[in-house]
Write a protein that binds this ligand. Structure first.
Ligand code: NAD
Length: 359
């Protein structure tokens, strides 16, 4: 099966995203991204038994070690980054060391953050093993950790030297995690690519079956979109915000139901459907497009109706969203499939009506 490369065009900080089957075991695909002698693989207790050996077998000639962290979002913390710093120190890592982040978005965000901090910034390579990490978190350079006060409150923009997405790793991903990643794939079609959206509709069965060729195509198109947005708006001053389509609703439901009840991708699926319905209610988009979006997401095994929650409490959470300006609700809505837009000062009564009708 073919390997696809997508380039992130950021000048001297640009990098390739390689996508295909068998990439982890084929060290020629990623060893060239390592510039110095020291390599630390950061991974977790779920991923290590599955894939660490494949990576380590490609590290002959380097001074290398592996740090295996406990699994889960609860460990995306400053304490875990301190563990990474200690492991780098024990390795004798110098300014030209490289971190390999082998895992999902939790490992990628944490290891990338540690790489941004160690000696004020060293190289790192993203080796995403979840679909969400392949199409979203490993591309674009956002790194960070959580505090008890909130998610991702401490972080840095730090671009990787390369992204290596081995689609073979998706075979072991739990079903819900896989489908949560598909929600982010659908998002790229929904916000900016109606042809890709139609392709997803036509290939839903192949994606449900985790067909290798369909996966490479879906990941490559998604990464091309993310790479394009990141190249044009690296630090989220404008267009990059469109990637948050559905996310304001999603965060409100995640907060209200307690983190962990809904996977993020599941909440995003619900959030996108609500954003599309709100756009239709406001007369900005065809209702039939909202229905197509819900049908595609449901066909990919994602939830499209929210859990029962108090609309006023949800709106209170939405008011705290980072995208708001001057106390007014600012949302990513759309004109229809493939055409997302930022809308300032959205009418709260209309939001209330959508939230009330949703369940
Ligand atoms: P995750 O990293 O927690 O992975 C999900 C689960 O799958 C974990 O239990 C993990 O151990 C397991 N797993 C990983 N790969 C596996 C494999 N191949 N086989 C079997 N099990 C596997 O979750 P995620 O959804 O990948 O990432 C979520 C994180 O990403 C959040 O912390 C979120 O804040 C972050 N994120 C960051 C960005 C960004 O731009 N930096 C964007 C979106 C999300």
């Amino acid at each position: 099966m073919s390997i696809v490369t997508v380039d992130v065009a950021l000048g001297t900080r640009g990098y390739p995203i390689r996508i295909g089957a068998g990439l982890l075991a084929d060290a020629s695909a990623w060893r060239t991204a390592i510039r110095g002698r020291h390599v630390l693989v950061v991974t977790n207790e779920v991923v290590a038994p599955l894939y660490l050996e494949r990576v380590q077998s490609g590290l002959q000639g380097f001074t290398h070690a592996a740090l295996v962290l406990p699994d889960g979002e609860a460990h995306k913390t400053l304490a875990s980054s301190a563990n990474v710093f200690d492991a780098l120190a024990a390795l004798g890592a110098t300014r030209d060391a490289t971190i390999l982040a082998l895992g999902g978005g939790v490992i990628g965000d944490l290891a990338g953050f540690a790489a941004a901090c160690w000696m004020r910034g060293i190289d790192f390579v993203q080796m995403p093993t979840t679909l969400l990490a392949m199409v979203d978190s490993s591309v674009g350079g956002k790194t960070g950790v959580n505090l008890p006060a909130g998610k991702n409150l401490v972080g840095a923009f730090h671009q990787p030297r390369a992204v290596v997405a081995d689609t073979d790793t998706l075979a072991t991903l739990p079903d819900r995690e896989y489908r949560a990643g598909l929600a982010e794939v659908v998002k790229y079609g929904a916000i900016g690519d109606s042809d890709f959206f139609a392709w997803l509709e036509a290939n839903a069965d192949a994606l449900n079956a985790r067909d290798g060729a369909a996966l490479v195509e879906a990941i490559a198109v998604s990464c091309r979109h993310k790479a394009g947005v990141v190249a044009r708006d690296e630090h989220e001053h404008g267009e990059r915000a469109l990637l948050n389509f559905g996310h304001t609703f999603a965060h409100a439901y995640e907060t209200e139901t307690g983190y962990g009840t809904l996977l993020h991708g599941e909440a995003v699926a619900i959030g996108m459907v609500l954003a599309a319905q709100l756009s239709a209610d406001l007369g900005r988009a065809p209702r039939v497009d909202a229905e197509r979006l819900a049908t595609l997401l449901a066909g990919l095994g994602l939830p499209v109706a929210p859990p029962r929650c108090d609309p006023d409490r949800l709106i209170a959470h939405m008011r705290l969203d980072k995208k708001n300006l001057g106390g007014r609700l600012r949302l990513i809505l759309w004109r229809g499939i493939g055409r997302a837009e930022i809308v300032a000062d959205v009418d709260e009564a209309a939001i209330h009506a959508v939230l009330t009708a949703a369940h």
